[in-house]
Design a protein around this ligand. Structure first.
Ligand code: DX5
Ligand code: ZN
Length: 222
């Protein structure tokens, strides 16, 4: 069983003080989740490579970019140059095999995401070629939404495939993760947890990361 990792989503941080927000979780977080929204794939706009570059200059945490975009292939190189450690593209946009190859060739960690209404079958053929499967537990576009428990069946299906095939693929969940929901996600087989509101929406983000990790570990020990 790989160790659990917590990825605070900077979407919930104060954009006017991003460096301060990142410094707050530097000692407890494992990586940073960077939500990139294009106004097409999702009905919201957020940030792009210039902000990744700025983050890269103030933190040693790996920058994991969640690309909620219709055309991520046109920007992967820019994200790499900006300092992205890994990128995740959505299976719903198609061209998955080509995008995976592009990310590999650039030396990026390779993530593939699926929305809550997407069947596991859509990502199954790619599981051996990716480093991380991102199971969305909300419909992407906004932070602060409620966890959709139905996606736990997808997490379980991914966990079972990973076990049967002996794959190193990490299973990440994103959306509505807090101390009330992280236990169920961990029990279903997720090992990497994105949390925005449950970290940066709290008075002490560093303690919030630790609380999430402890809650997930407790659920596995139960
Ligand atoms: C949703 C984003 C999530 C979001 C999570 O579109 O992909 O990463 O920031 O925010 P919370 O943890 O508040 O649900
Ligand atoms: Zn995200």
């Amino acid at each position: 069983m790989p160790p659990l990792s917590i990825a605070p989503s900077i979407l919930a941080a104060d954009f006017a003080h991003l460096a301060d927000a990142v410094a707050l979780v530097a000692d407890t977080a494992d990586l940073l989740h960077v939500d990139v929204m294009d106004g097409h794939f999702v009905p919201n706009l957020s940030i792009g490579p210039p902000v990744v570059k700025a983050l890269h200059s103030v933190t040693d945490l790996p920058l994991d970019c969640h690309l909620m975009m219709t055309n991520p292939g046109e920007y992967l190189e820019a994200f790499r140059q900006a300092g992205a450690h890994s990128c995740t593209v959505h299976v719903e946009i198609g061209d998955t095999a080509e995008l995976i190859k592009q990310m590999r060739d650039l030396g990026l960690g390779v993530g593939l995401a699926l929305n809550p209404d997407c069947r596991f079958d859509a990502v199954k053929p790619f599981m051996a070629d990716i480093d991380m499967l991102l199971v969305m537990s909300v419909f992407p576009g906004f932070g602060g939404q409620s966890f959709i428990a139905d996606v736990l069946t997808t997490v379980e299906a991914a966990r079972d495939l990973v076990a049967v095939q002996g794959l190193p693929t990490v299973i990440q969940v994103d959306g509505g993760i807090d101390t009330a929901t992280i236990g169920a996600a961990a029990a279903a087989g997720a090992t990497n947890f994105v949390a925005g509101t449950a970290v940066f929406g709290q008075a002490n983000p560093s303690e919030a990361v630790t609380a999430l990790r402890n809650t997930a570990n407790a659920a596995l020990a139960a």
